[in-house]
Write a protein that binds this ligand. Structure first.
Ligand code: CP
Length: 280
């Protein structure tokens, strides 16, 4: 039994967790938005999770506050119920990273020796933070961080770029000047919900728009990723281009979450032996 505790909106993450668990032969319960749960009466994350841990075998939580998943994991520890971070504020989104890694490996054939461009809201974009940290485990990644100065990658994430494993980065403002050098271009949405000022959001939201004209300067084998949802940052005329990989990410998202849930529950995936479960 999976419980999905989504304090923040979601389409892909929640539905892929839930459909993934049902495909594994389990069931799913939970809430999407806090209005119908006792969260609206002021119940804490810890008490909510302690309660749900009495009903469920695994919990996936999304919350607008950074660190909420860690609080939840500690609350569920005594019951022995694993908690999966489905996105905590502007901090991390590790299961999106699993989908991203699977897609990069499908498209590029490897997770090392890559030039990876990350473009857009790199400050609040939690998928970017998780992906940078995780790709460094494979090594020899050059990150090209494309953003306006106001939306640069936070220092704590830059500090995790492991130069000892051959990783490096540059920060630029202009996408056109670097697109031709990239193996992967990871576009991101400007995260309206994390801005303190509507005016500032409106000023920055359309800084980068990838359309067919701009894509013409990219290599023919570059992969275009985006965690979705998109607003304007990838024009729909890019969708038919063979380099567009963002709906592959969606499909991979369900598969990697199935694998993750099977792993944390120590439940063998149907048709897969233990040796195959070692492969991400
Ligand atoms: N990529 C992602 O997290 O999408 P949702 O917000 O729809 O879950």
């Amino acid at each position: 039994m999976l419980a999905t505790l989504f304090y923040e909106p979601s389409t892909r993450t929640r539905l892929s967790f839930e459909t993934g668990m049902i495909r594994l032969g389990g069931n799913a319960v939970g809430f999407a938005g806090t209005g119908q749960s006792s969260v609206s009466k002021g119940e804490s994350i810890a008490d909510t999770v302690r309660t749900v841990a009495a009903y469920a075998d695994v919990i996936a939580i999304r919350h607008p506050k950074e660190g909420a998943a860690l609080v939840a994991a500690r609350a569920a520890e005594r019951a022995g119920v694993p908690v999966i971070n489905a996105g905590d504020g502007g901090h991390m989104h590790p299961t999106q990273t699993l989908a991203d890694l699977a897609t990069i490996r499908q498209r590029c054939g490897r997770l090392t020796d890559l030039t990876v461009g990350l473009c857009g809201d790199l400050m609040f974009g939690r998928t970017v933070h998780s992906l940078i940290e995780t790709l460094c485990r494979w090594g020899n990644i050059h990150f090209v961080l494309v953003s306006p100065p106001e939306l640069r990658v936070p220092q704590y994430v830059l500090d995790r770029i492991d130069k000892a494993s051959g990783c490096s980065y540059e920060q630029v403002r202009d996408l056109a000047g670097v697109i031709g050098s990239l193996d992967v271009l990871y576009m991101t949405r400007v995260q309206k919900e994390r801005f303190f000022s509507e005016d500032e959001y409106v000023r920055l939201r359309d800084t980068y728009v990838l359309d067919r004209a701009r894509l013409a300067a990219a290599r023919p084998d570059m992969a275009v990723l985006h965690p979705l949802p998109r607003v304007n940052e990838i024009a729909t005329d890019v969708d038919a281009d063979p380099r567009a990989a963002y709906f592959d990410q969606v499909a991979n998202g369900m598969l990697v979450r199935m694998a993750l849930m099977a792993a944390v529950l120590d439940d063998p995936l149907p048709g897969y032996g233990d040796e195959k479960r070692q492969t991400p």
